[in-house]
Design a protein around this ligand. Sequence first.
Ligand SMILES: Nc1ncnc2c1ncn2[C@@H]1O[C@H](COP(=O)(O)OP(=O)(O)OP(=O)(O)O)[C@@H](O)[C@H]1O
Ligand SMILES: [Mg+2]
Length: 497
Amino acid sequence: MIIELKNIYKNFGAVQALTDVSFSIGEAEIHGLLGENGAGKSTLMNILGGVLPPTSGTIVIDGTSYTHLTPHQAVELGISFIHQELNLVNDLKVFENLFINRELTKSKIFLNKKEMIRKSHEVFKRMNIDIDPTLFVRELDTLEKQLVEIARAILFESKLIIMDEPTTALTDKEINNLFTIMRELKKNGISCIYISHKMPELFVICDKYTVLRDGKFIDSGFFKDINENKATELLVGRKIIEDKDIHRNQLDTEIVFEVQDLSCPPYFNNINFNVKKGEVVAITGLFGDGRGELSEALFGARKVSSGKVLKNGKQLNLSSIKSVMKSGVGMIPRNRKERSIIKDMNILNNVSIAHFTSQHKKILIKNKEEIERFEKNQKVTNIKVGSPKDPITSLSGGNQQKVIFARWFELDSDVYLLDNPTQGIDVGAKFEIYKLINYLAEQGKSIIVFSSEFPEIYKVCHRCIIMYRGEINKIFKHDELNEVDMMFYSTGSNKKE
Ligand SMILES: Nc1ncnc2c1ncn2[C@@H]1O[C@H](COP(=O)(O)OP(=O)(O)OP(=O)(O)O)[C@@H](O)[C@H]1O
Ligand SMILES: [Mg+2]
């Protein structure tokens, strides 16, 4: 299948999301679509997937021209779209989701459940994953949901699969799994459009690239002809100058946050560490390290079996999120899509929600005050919005993440738990988030960053805790930290004989 998008324009009211963009993809091609947050990637793919009509322009598929596609047409043509925001029905079972709108029937009347379950097992086996098709989707974690979406595309032998940031919630092992599947599909003539902010991944899996910037086509070509620096430059339209040496001296300040013998079997055991005023402590590890559960427990979102957490010498009540928030601890959870964004609310209310939950004392909400607070934090976080009253879903992924940051700035928390804070965020915005973290540290805040990306950890932390199977395996000071040692302790190599 050969697809060409020609001279596509798209505007949402006054927002010009795409201006004269052309894009093409051939058979058996993995094509990376690159661009900063808000560049127009999802919008362009929504047009190809029939979710949105273009304002003008043409879609040409194997020689036939269309002014727009309906979702049904796109599916009929063999285009599958795995959306950036997950798109499953929680109250249906896994196999029902896989076959939604394409149910198998017996004598055209009865649903052929048995056959659907058998085929579901088959596709999971092919993907080398272990999910029970008869579970309800709501019982799955985000990662499994993502895999179900991918399975759905594979199941129906699509000719083109569009993947909008498919790996944000996946571990390295699962990403490799996915890449194996993609290569397999490619051998069968199937193409993929792959949207990601992770440069190394793009270079590993994609043949061709197309770069969008501010809704305009910038460049297209082969990955083998460029390097990461060149790609970054195309993306942001300027050279990024990194703060070379962030000096991370050993801090000699008071301890603000102290974790003592915290356990929550089977996830983590006997966790002891502290964070000083103005200090950034990174916590890292590999799949199964218990770090995700630890972050939840510290925020009062997961019950612990023993141990305690002190803030400024006072014990936190870990049995309630609200009480942890009130004690001045803010949390940016991983998986923004599922955990933080309240889709039915506008941008402004999404920012204010924490403030109203924990600090607001008056009965009435003063609109003017709310807007003033928002604008102050919008400046710090650099959120790009039309109007704060627009729906949160109208923001690009990266800008949504900044909204979550703004939420905690409103509370002026002293301790910040940041779980995977740059997930789905473009390179340019990542630097802004690092600057934000540095800014917070300079203000004397204490910060815990849960992350698995070495460059990110190196850039922000004073100390790095490496977890292995639910225990602290090693703590490095910033200057002792390097990627090889981080891997060594993350894989528990020191424990193997
Ligand atoms: N439904 C909508 N209503 C109003 N504006 C929208 C809508 N959808 C997208 N936009 C705007 O169009 C522009 C492009 O957004 P898009 O979601 O395509 O970006 P993106 O490249 O996918 O970014 P990200 O990497 O953050 O996901 C942004 O300015 C966004 O705010
Ligand atoms: Mg997007």
